[in-house]
Design a protein around this ligand. Structure first.
Ligand code: AMP
Ligand code: MG
Length: 310
């Protein structure tokens, strides 16, 4: 994608003035602000209506810059080399002298960090002297935004500027891994656990235990399109949309599909935009056909399951 420098300048100016700007990433769009400024970070919580105890992911250009704020270990470096920039978020220990705003860490001594791959946001990060705190650019507990139009739909004029970056290429949030001791995945995401295991040559712990929440991406109700979802549905009710992973031979106006031939990568990319489209088309609920529980299918099922707790 061609980078429009005038747009980057506009975003840069607003961020320096401690305003929020929506930014494109390969996972989903983010609602970004200066991670060193309390004033700027408070604006994110207010705009998103996000509970103050839900900490934010901070986005860096590279690990050299991150050195100022966090300590890292060998496991981090291995994964960084292999997957960054990319859809993986690390939980690390904060350095005492770090300038990261206390607003976004929920007073913990840990920080969630990520290195986005999207060229527009990388160019923006090169042009500013602070990292960007950025949760997904959607209203709290709702479906994430994967295009500038989605962000506009959720926030209208309340977001001062949306940096255009086309549709997010992955379409699911990052995989969150606590890398400080025994590696532990806290949220499934755009990078599969099996490839992380291969790189570290270690078994990764993943316990989906919502009674002991350390990353609210683990909350049971999340990613909701605002209408009920039924999983593994066999029959379709009146006014209901039918969602399947692959295009069916039989096609009706209330049928939606996530990929042409069942590709999980394509399905992941289309998941949130299709849920938004179904809601816009005024269906009352969604019946979802079975999604294979392998690879990215696990992340898709995780999101659908949480979305179904409406
Ligand atoms: P989102 O708001 O969609 O960008 O998701 C960010 C996720 O990262 C949320 O589930 C947060 O709770 C999680 N997170 C951020 N910082 C931390 C941290 N220090 N420890 C654990 N989880 C975190
Ligand atoms: Mg989110």
């Amino acid at each position: 994608m061609k980078i429009n420098l005038a747009n980057i300048k506009k975003a840069q100016k607003l961020l320096i003035k401690r305003e929020c700007v929506a930014i494109p990433t390969e996972t989903v769009y983010g609602l970004a602000a200066n991670a060193y400024s309390d004033i700027a970070c408070k604006k994110i919580y207010k705009l998103k209506k996000r509970p103050r105890n839900n900490p934010l992911i901070v986005h860096y250009l590279n690990n050299q810059i991150l050195k100022k704020d966090c300590n890292f270990n060998n496991d981090f470096l291995k994964l960084y080399k292999k997957f960054c920039p990319g859809p993986i978020t690390f939980i690390l220990n904060l350095k005492k002298k770090s300038k990261i705003s206390k607003i976004i860490t929920n007073k913990k001594n840990t920080l969630a960090v990520r290195f986005p791959r999207h060229p527009v946001t990388r160019k923006l990060l090169k042009n500013i002297s602070f990292p960007l705190a950025a949760p997904s650019a959607n209203l709290s507990s709702k479906v994430s935004a994967v295009s500038s139009a989605d962000v506009r739909d959720d926030f209208g004029k309340r977001v001062k500027y949306i940096l255009e970056g086309g549709k997010s290429s992955i379409g699911l949030e990052s995989t969150i891994i606590d890398i400080r001791n025994k590696p532990k995945v806290l949220r499934l995401g755009g990078l599969e656990i099996s490839v992380i295991e291969k790189t570290l040559n270690k078994k990764i712990i993943f316990k989906n235990n919502p009674s002991k929440i350390s990353a609210p991406g683990q909350f049971k109700i999340h990613y909701s399109p605002g209408i009920p979802i039924r999983l593994n549905a066999k029959k379709i009710k009146k006014d209901e949309a039918y969602l399947s992973i692959k295009k069916l031979k039989k096609n009706k106006s209330n049928f939606y599909f996530l990929s042409k031939n069942g590709s999980l990568k394509e399905a992941a990319k289309n998941l949130y935009s299709t849920l938004r489209k179904i809601k816009k088309n005024k269906h009352k609920s969604i019946a979802v056909n079975k999604v294979p529980n392998i690879g990215l299918g696990k992340t898709i099922n995780d999101r659908l399951k949480r979305a179904s707790k409406f």
